[in-house]
Design a protein. Sequence first.
Length: 123
Amino acid sequence: MNKVSDITQQVIDWIDMGGRLAWIAIMVLGFIIFWPIGLAILFFLIWSKRMSNHYKSVKKTCGQRYRIRPTGNTAFDNYKEETLQRLEDEQIAFEEFLKRLREAKDKAEFDSFLAERAQNSTG
């Protein structure tokens, strides 16, 4: 039974790599082949929240997959865990940086719009 769940998880991870469109295509194929299959896939997508927040579910799935398989060498396993945690922290920090950068760009564009509008209304 464990082998079946491993294969199922590998298939889900493979489809996750294709993104939302891959899941939609699989669901449509399920409806075409036999409508309860498509319905089951739809319920799975709703339950797993893959359509609402796909990126985080992929990150969570991939992170768990790599952490589950210990090598037996505790020094390497500790190093791997620390490295993965550091990379996740760097990714979060970079995403926050990009968010601040987008907000600053939006503010600059809006300020420019207001200045142009004020200039046009007075002139």
